[in-house]
Design a protein around this ligand. Structure first.
Ligand SMILES: [Ca+2]
Length: 308
C-alpha cells in the first residue's frame, strides 16, 4: 500500500487530470491478454483512490469513467511493461504477468472533429458532457454563457454545391433566438445558422449571403424536453437551392430558393455551438448530442459526437 502511494506521489503536479490507480494480479495460469472492463472488485483487480492532493481530481467512482473523459496515454503506465488501451469506455490491459498500473484520464474539454478535417472547438464557460434526465450522454449547455468556440472554417469548404446538417438535441427552454449553431463573420454576415425564433418552439434554419436572408420558420417543430434528431438538407439544382427539413427521419418541410447567390465559400471566423453571432440573442439551454455536416457528395465536413 505504501508503495502505491509513493508511485502516486511520483506523478503529482503533472497536469489536471482524473486519476484511477489500479493494481491487479493477472491470474497465474497465464493469460497472455487480459481485458479489464467495468467489473471492478473482481478477483482480477482492485482500485485505489489514495492519491495525495495534487492538481488532478481524485476519482470518486468505483469504476472507469463511462463518459466525459479520455485516457491520458502519456501518464498512464504499468510498472512491469503491460500496455493499456481505452476502447468503448473500457480499459484493456495486455499483460504477461502480475503488474501494477496507474491509469489517468483527462476530462474532455474540446469538441474533437471526427471528420479528420481538424475543425475542433473548445468548451467555454464551464460547459461539460453529462447525462440528461433520461440517461442520454450529451454536451450540456447551461443557457447562461456556455458555448463551443470552433476554429476558423476556411474558404476551401464547398458550401455552394449544397450541404446537409444533422444533429440531435434537446431544448430545456426556448431562450430568445438561441442557437444550435451559428457560423459566420458577425451578425448577419454570411451566417449559416440553426436555432429557435424568439422564445418559441419554432425552428429556423437560416442562410445569409452577405446580408441577404434565406430562411423559413418551421412553427412548432421543436418539442421541449425531448431528444430530437433534425436534418436540414440544402440541394443545389440549376439556378436554385432546395431546402428539405427532416425531424426524426420524417420530412416536415421544404422550400425552394430561386437564386444562385445562396451561400458563399469564404473563411468564417465566428463559429459557435450554443451561441449566436448576434449579441442580443440568448445562449442555448439544453443538450447537443452530436452534429454532422456533410458536403454535396456526402463527405463529412465536420463531425462531433458528445455521447462518450
Ligand atoms: Ca457556464
Amino acid at each position: 500500500m505504501k508503495k502505491v502511494k509513493n508511485m502516486t506521489m511520483y506523478f503529482l503536479g503533472f497536469i489536471s487530470a482524473f486519476i484511477i490507480c489500479t493494481y491487479w494480479k493477472i491470474d497465474t495460469n497465464g493469460k497472455s491478454k487480459n481485458e479489464i472492463q467495468n467489473d471492478v472488485n473482481s478477483n482480477m483487480m482492485s482500485m485505489f483512490f489514495e492519491a495525495s492532493d495534487g492538481t488532478y481530481e481524485k476519482s470518486n467512482e468505483s469504476k472507469w469513467p463511462s463518459y466525459g473523459y479520455t485516457l491520458n496515454t502519456e501518464l498512464s503506465i504499468c510498472q512491469n511493461g503491460s500496455s493499456l488501451s481505452w476502447q468503448d469506455q473500457k480499459i484493456r490491459v495486455y499483460a504477461t504477468s502480475s503488474d501494477k498500473c496507474y491509469v489517468y484520464f483527462d476530462r474532455i474539454k474540446e469538441a474533437t472533429d471526427l471528420s479528420g478535417n481538424g475543425y475542433n472547438g473548445t468548451f467555454e464557460n464551464g460547459i461539460e458532457i453529462k447525462k440528461d434526465d433520461e440517461g442520454n450522454v450529451g454536451l450540456y449547455f447551461d443557457g447562461i454563457d456556455d458555448y463551443v468556440d470552433i476554429v476558423d472554417l476556411p474558404e476551401s469548404i464547398d458550401w455552394k454545391s449544397g450541404f446537409t446538417i444533422e444533429f440531435e438535441a434537446k431544448w430545456l427552454q426556448f431562450k430568445h433566438y438561441s442557437r444550435i449553431l451559428d457560423f459566420g463573420n458577425g451578425p448577419g454576415v454570411d451566417n449559416i445558422l440553426i436555432g429557435n425564433t424568439f422564445s418559441t418552439s419554432t425552428l429556423i434554419p437560416s442562410i445569409r449571403y452577405e446580408s441577404s436572408v434565406y430562411e423559413k420558420e418551421i412553427v412548432d417543430a421543436i418539442n421541449l424536453n425531448q431528444k430530437i434528431k433534425f436534418k436540414i438538407e440544402y440541394i443545389q439544382s440549376g439556378n436554385r437551392y432546395i431546402e428539405n427539413v427532416y425531424k426524426n427521419n420524417d420530412k416536415i418541410d421544404n422550400i425552394t430558393y430561386n437564386t444562385i447567390n445562396f451561400v458563399r465559400n469564404i473563411t468564417r471566423t465566428n463559429n459557435f455551438l450554443g451561441k449566436s453571432n448576434w449579441s442580443s440573442d440568448a445562449y442555448f439551454y439544453g443538450y447537443i448530442y452530436n452534429l454532422k455536416i456533410t458536403d454535396s457528395n456526402g463527405e463529412p465536413i465536420l463531425m462531433y459526437d458528445f455521447t462518450k
